[in-house]
Design a protein around this ligand. Structure first.
Ligand code: PLP
Length: 389
């Protein structure tokens, strides 16, 4: 009996373009690809069936793109220079002056600024709808709305969009849906299967997984991906370096196994933090205290992801104190690394945001974001325990 490949096999074997006798794909660090005749050049331009110039496509980049498409159940994917290049390319490919976007609250800060400040400079208006309330998306839709832009779970609030409900709402009105799936990864959540049109990722995070390669990707139907490739990627130039694409493709081979451990380590830490006297509250999609626990179980069947957020009783001062005392956890931004990373947004990334605005964005004084790594969970707990004293 023949079965289709499971997720581990797909992550390892899909999309490889091996040279004879190699076990890993080569890295094509070439800007251009040489042709044997003028006719062959003409054919490549006519049919686009062979690599010509790396900004238009590269065989190493294609390995990463095919792997991600296979994991997201997408027809196609296109690699980008960073997660933000993916967000910008996906939005700019389908919007023009006069259009309107409805975006979720709780977006990653650069995506928030892109949607609310940069798009309006090009005549594209944006409204924000409450992340957890599908009816607020419905209320925000205008006749000019072309795109609904989601991020679930959101960074750093870990609040979720009801993906199936919002995909159905948009489909009925002929509105394109785009979701940032960076936090969940295709191991935990597959938005295209729930009716979303396009998925974007910062592959800098879990897909690459080792903190050594910036990149992004957009995945979805082939016709939509072609629009993004031929428009923003080729003309604005945000393509990924083949070397970074190779590192990300290598990282993807272990993505399912890494995510399984990120999921269990993070859940265990959320449970431990929940009982700690200096922790006011914990939020983690798979922890029963999450206000959308049931939704998480439905739309993130693979697990709750690697990020846990919690609020310290002592506010900003307690956050600074904790960060100064950790020894194993790395004090830095980002997430999705093999090692545990810890951030206190109020004293760092959101330091310049007025307190009122920061609280409105649900970035409270003592909020800590822990991007749980793959270390022994007892060692992470031991480090947090001594630092929280
Ligand atoms: N989307 C999310 C959810 C993120 O957390 C980030 C970065 O932290 C980005 C997009 C942007 O990714 P990059 O830093 O690769 O541009």
């Amino acid at each position: 009996m023949k079965r289709s490949w499971g997720i581990h096999t797909r992550a390892i074997h899909t999309g490889m373009e091996l040279e004879p006798r190699d076990v890993t794909p080569p890295i094509h660090m070439a800007n251009t690809f040489i042709f044997e005749s003028a006719e062959q050049v003409a054919q490549a331009f006519e049919y686009e069936d062979q690599p010509v110039y790396t900004r238009w496509g590269n065989p190493t980049t294609s390995v990463m793109e095919r792997k991600i498409a296979a994991l997201e159940n997408a027809e196609a994917a296109v690699g980008t220079a960073s997660g933000m290049a993916a967000v910008a390319a996906a939005l700019l490919a389908f919007l023009e002056s006069g259009d309107h976007v409805v975006a979720t609250t709780g977006l990653y800060s650069a995506s928030y600024h892109f949607v609310t400040e940069d798009l309006p400079r090009y005549g594209i208006r944006a409204s924000l709808a409450e992340a957890t309330d599908p009816s607020s998306f419905e209320a925000a839709i205008l006749p000019e709305t072309r795109v609904i832009y989601l991020e679930s779970p959101g960074n750093p609030t870990l609040l979720m969009n009801d993906i199936t409900a919002l995909a159905a709402l948009a489909r009925d009105r002929n509105i394109l849906t785009i979701i940032d799936n960076t936090f969940a990864t295709p191991i935990n959540q597959r938005p295209l299967d729930m009716g979303i049109d396009l998925v974007v990722h910062s592959v800098t995070k879990y897909l690459g997984g080792h903190g050594d390669a910036l990149g992004g990707v957009v995945a979805g139907r082939a016709a939509l991906i072609e629009n993004i490739l031929k428009g923003p990627i080729r003309r604005m130039g945000g393509c990924i370096s083949p070397f970074n694409a190779w590192l990300v493709a290598r990282g993807i081979a272990t993505l399912p196994i890494r995510m399984a451990r990120h999921n269990t380590n993070a859940l265990q830490i959320a449970e431990w933090l929940d009982t700690h006297p200096v922790v006011a509250w914990v939020r983690y999609p798979w922890h029963p205290s999450h206000p959308q626990f049931d939704l998480a179980q439905q739309q993130m069947p693979g697990g709750g992801g690697g990020v846990v957020v919690f609020e310290l009783v002592g506010g900003v001062e307690a956050g600074v104190h904790l960060l100064n005392r950790v020894e194993l956890c790395a004090r830095t931004v980002s997430l999705g690394d093999v090692r545990t990373l810890i951030t206190h947004p109020a004293s760092t990334t959101h330091r310049s945001v007025p307190r009122e605005a920061r609280l409105r964005a649900r970035i409270t004084d003592g909020l800590v974001r822990l991007a749980v790594g793959l270390e022994d969970v007892e060692d992470i707990v031991m480090d947090l325990e001594q630092a929280l004293q």
